[in-house]
Design a binder for this molecule. Structure first.
Ligand SMILES: Cc1cc2nc3c(=O)[nH]c(=O)nc-3n(C[C@H](O)[C@H](O)[C@H](O)COP(=O)(O)OP(=O)(O)OC[C@H]3O[C@@H](n4cnc5c(N)ncnc54)[C@H](O)[C@@H]3O)c2cc1C
Length: 427
């Protein structure tokens, strides 16, 4: 739990006039007054969800003097199924330094094909910083609260009434007033539906467990490295991410027809010699959104979507936190602009977000197509070109290249595909 002083949202008496310098147009003062008389707590922005997207958005808005409230249905710290790998590009996208919550740091990326080493690269700086999401998310929220944001825990968002500037958020614990709302409520976003936004996206299915080996040697063998294994689950991969006292291990598939992920998970434990005497906790399947439809609207005048709610994640790895952080930054700029000079500016978020991210993700999607869709050939392609692909991918997650740059300047992918296929056939 966060300290009670930090989470308190009950304000004695009436709130200070929140909109005197932010709200565009007229009628704001009357509206606020009516709400105060009705005893409704009002905020500039209500953010639903205390994951990385919601917490960082709250931080950025509060830093600019916006009265932001986070509503979170669980109590923090809460377990979140996630491998907790913060790539170097994600760490760089945080608005503050990553401290306190790092469990392990991967300087080495090890890629395997059916457990046979394919690619190893060690860098002088960590490529992936490992966190547990319960501690990491609580730490992010604490940063937001320190800047002046507020949080209500154990409150479920239900629905939204009213128009931009005069919204009423209905929850499991009463109503809150706000001018704008942000949906940071994950892959099954209820806020998206309340805003009337139909977000079309594909999803990959991931199954992850927290694995406690019977003795520390089981963990030490995986220290300071991120392990990726291809060829052990159809159209997907498996991973081992080391944590302070255990390993986060998972399997992921981009195919809808793959069932029985549990079998793949336990076969993978056997492959890694981790099946004897260990304890597996929190083993559950979860969806990761990717490949959002180009036509998706991600904002209206009333609010916008960030993080998994918006549907952007790396189509190869399922990495979502980097995208959540980037979206939060853009969302905070658009919300500030809308509060200052008109709610009609908020829908612009959709276009800007797509402009900033879609092209890059489409290039990533082409790489994913080679890896996962050409299933008969993918193992051969990975075998023949795994070390080149691995090196490039390390540059992308390290933040020195984007998928788009890789595609345009280095890879020339469409020209390369026949060459890749031919050379894989000949190996
Ligand atoms: C198995 C697995 C492994 C992954 N590994 C990685 C990884 O290593 N690196 C990486 O970058 N990404 C990883 N991801 C993806 C990553 O977890 C997500 O992209 C990321 O959590 C998105 O953050 P978010 O803030 O948008 O949503 P979330 O983290 O899902 O947070 C949403 C929050 O909203 C709350 N909420 C939902 N509905 C409501 C409601 N109605 N009212 C109030 N609150 C509500 C939830 O309780 C939750 O706290 C992984 C995903 C999975 C499933």
């Amino acid at each position: 739990m966060l300290p009670s002083s930090a989470v308190s949202v009950y304000i004695e008496g009436f709130e200070a006039e929140p909109c005197s310098h932010f709200l565009p147009g007229r009628g704001c003062e009357t509206f606020s007054l009516i709400r105060k008389m009705a005893g409704l707590k009002t905020y500039d922005v209500v953010i639903v969800g205390a994951g990385p997207a919601g917490a960082v958005l709250a931080y950025l808005l509060a830093a600019e003097g916006v009265d932001a409230l986070i509503l979170e249905k669980k109590h923090l710290p809460r377990y979140k199924p996630c491998a907790g790998g913060l790539t170097r590009r994600a760490v760089a996208a945080l608005p503050f330094e990553l401290t306190d919550v790092v469990e392990d740091e991967a300087y080495t990326i090890r890629t395997f094909l059916r457990n046979a080493p394919l690619f190893v690269e060690t860098e002088p700086r960590p490529v992936v910083s490992m966190v547990m999401r319960d501690r990491f998310d609580e730490w992010l929220v604490r940063k937001a609260v320190e800047k002046g944001a507020r949080i209500e825990e154990g409150v479920v968002f239900k629905s939204l009434l009213g128009s931009a500037g005069r919204l009423t958020v209905k929850t499991s614990r009463g109503e809150f007033g706000c001018k704008l709302v942000a949906g940071a409520d994950g892959v099954n976003s209820r806020v998206a539906r309340a805003l009337g936004l139909k977000v079309r996206k594909r999803t990959m299915t991931a199954l992850q467990g927290e694995v406690y080996a019977p003795d520390s040697r089981g963990i030490e063998a995986f220290r300071n490295a991120a392990h990726f294994d291809f060829g052990v689950v159809p159209q997907g991969y498996a991973w081992v991410f080391p944590k302070r006292d255990h390993l986060s291990i998972g399997v992921l598939t981009t195919s809808r027809s793959v069932k029985h992920l549990r079998q793949y998970f336990y076969s993978y434990l056997t492959l890694k010699a981790l099946n004897q005497g260990g304890i597996v906790r929190s083993l559950r399947p979860h969806l990761i959104p990717f490949h959002p439809d180009r036509s998706n609207r991600l904002a209206t005048e009333k609010g916008l979507l960030v993080g998994d709610a918006a549907g952007f994640a790396d189509p190869i790895t399922g990495e979502g936190i980097f995208y959540a952080l980037k979206e939060s930054r853009l969302a905070s700029e658009l919300i500030l602009g809308a509060l200052k000079s008109g709610y009609h500016r908020l829908p612009e978020y959709s276009r800007l977000l797509k402009q900033e991210m879609l092209e890059d993700l489409q290039c990533a999607q082409r790489f994913a197509g080679i890896l996962y869709r050409l299933s008969a050939l993918s193992a051969r392609i990975i075998k023949a070109h795994g070390s080149t692909l691995g090196k490039y991918h390390t540059e992308v997650i390290g933040g020195t290249k984007t998928y788009g740059e890789l595609y345009r300047s280095t890879f020339k992918l469409w020209k390369l595909i026949p060459a890749l296929i031919n050379s894989a056939h000949n190996k």
